[in-house]
Ligand binder design. Structure first.
Ligand SMILES: Cc1ncc(COP(=O)(O)O)c(C=O)c1O
Length: 424
């Protein structure tokens, strides 16, 4: 599509946008009496307007029913999560029985590694991307130590080529092939949090499976952002958080995916709790664990319902829109932002775009100098973005609530900021 650098053109794109009404479904923080331009849905998604009513409903049921709310609330608490599984399954390309809602992301990485990281003296290494999100690195290191291996030697990092800012799929596949005799698990981010790159999850999964590895994906930056087909790709397991693109509120419940082929494997290691026990007999309080026939067998505890409630509100929107329409808008919106950044009076002299074309909505800009000053200056004009050392500004236009007009307005703010900071 041929873009134009003008407010009229941006407004026209908004008029033509089939998802434009969704912006009004979210609450925006304000700056100087006006809604901010919010670019940090990759960190914490905005609050859907319907979230408060969902939480209030739980509070009301708790007040009026107390313990009976578990079974007699409007949305009985003990099975509230079941409404979410089919919708989340659509978002990640899985069967509903392959999905469960539980814990938080890092906790799930550990619980899933209990089942899917099975080191032996010959094959014990974990393959991940270099500079993986720190929590993932700590999880891998502590799992290796727990099993008696040295993290220094037990983690194989997928490297970027010298002088580039992204990974090449062929290099990833080659590293898997080279290490297939000692590696047992590939576990990495589907979308890299720093440069916004979407990995070729299908080819990487296929290669790692051919090489006999278990394959897991951390989907923190992928879920609700890019199209996923976990089941079709033959992924073994995955986990994600719900507070970024899924807009479910700070620290809200995470999700897991477990490939259906593992659901009836009784010899699989798993840390278990009563909420993973067969629902029909759970409250008979029997000694022997009978797993749920789905991924809920991994659930441990009864769920924090106040944290689950906003997720019902948000995930419904994804269900209404569908990932196809969402991704179509997302690509147009991010392409427009990139176009504006590249066509506004030589902006790109001051920064380098780290994000490759295989991306979700995020663009990461690297400023060689004065990046922090640029960030602070545009923040004062009501732009909420994300700063990462040593000079990276991450911008994530979110298709459900960002508009094309905002991309244009941001480009104008950035132009003025650059003039101010670099005294042009
Ligand atoms: C890629 C990735 N992995 C793990 C985490 C940690 O998530 P949590 O604090 O929910 O465990 C995050 C948080 O932002 C993340 O982006």
């Amino acid at each position: 599509m041929n873009f134009e650098n003008s407010i009229d053109f941006a407004k026209q794109l908004d008029e033509e946008d089939p998802l434009r009404a969704y912006k009004n479904e979210f609450l925006f923080p304000e700056h100087g009496g006006k809604p901010v331009i919010y670019f940090t849905g990759n960190s914490l998604g905005l609050q859907p307007k319907t979230a408060q009513a969902k939480v209030q409903e739980v509070l009301n049921d708790w007040a009026s029913l107390a313990v009976d709310g578990h079974f007699y609330a409007q949305n009985p608490w003990w099975e509230m999560h079941e409404q979410l599984s089919p919708k989340l399954a659509n978002i990640i390309g899985a069967k509903p029985k392959e999905v469960a809602i539980m814990n938080t992301l890092t906790a799930n990485l550990h619980f899933l590694m209990v089942s899917f990281y099975k080191p032996t003296p010959h094959r014990y290494k974990i393959i991940c991307e270099e500079k993986a999100f720190p929590s993932d690195q700590y999880a891998f290191q502590s799992q290796l130590r727990f099993h008696g291996y040295d993290p220094q030697d037990g983690i194989i990092e997928l490297k970027k080529r010298k002088g580039t800012h992204h990974w090449y799929t062929e290099d990833v596949l080659e590293t898997i092939e080279k290490n297939k005799d000692t590696a047992t698990l590939l576990l990495m981010g589907g979308v890299n949090y720093y440069n916004g790159q979407v990995f070729d999850m299908q080819s990487i999964t296929q290669k790692a499976k051919e090489c006999g590895l278990m394959v897991g994906w951390d989907l923190a930056h992928a879920v609700g952002n890019v199209k996923l087909e976990l089941h079709k790709w033959g992924v073994d397991f995955a986990t994600w958080c719900s507070y970024k693109y899924l807009n479910s509120g700070p620290g809200s419940l995470a999700g897991i995916y477990v490939n259906e082929k593992y659901l009836d494997q009784s010899n699989l290691n798993r840390f278990e709790g009563w909420w993973g026990h067969d629902k029909a007999t759970r409250f008979q309080m029997q000694k022997n664990f009978k797993p749920m026939p789905n991924a809920e067998a991994w659930q441990l505890s009864n769920l924090p319902i106040l944290s689950l409630a906003p997720q019902l509100a948000s995930v419904q929107m994804f269900d209404d829109v569908g990932m196809g329409a969402l991704v179509a808008k997302s690509q147009k919106l991010t392409n427009y932002l990139q176009y504006l950044l590249e066509h506004s009076q030589g902006f790109n002299r001051y920064f380098e775009l780290l994000t490759p074309l295989k991306r979700g909505c995020q663009l990461s800009l690297y400023f060689k100098n004065k990046g922090r000053e640029v960030f602070d200056a545009f923040s004062e004009h009501g732009v909420v973005a994300d700063w990462r050392e040593p000079g990276v500004i991450r911008l994530a236009p979110v298709p459900l609530y960002n508009s094309f007009e905002e991309m244009y307005l941001f480009a104008v703010i950035l132009k003025n900021t650059l003039k101010q900071v670099y005294t042009l």
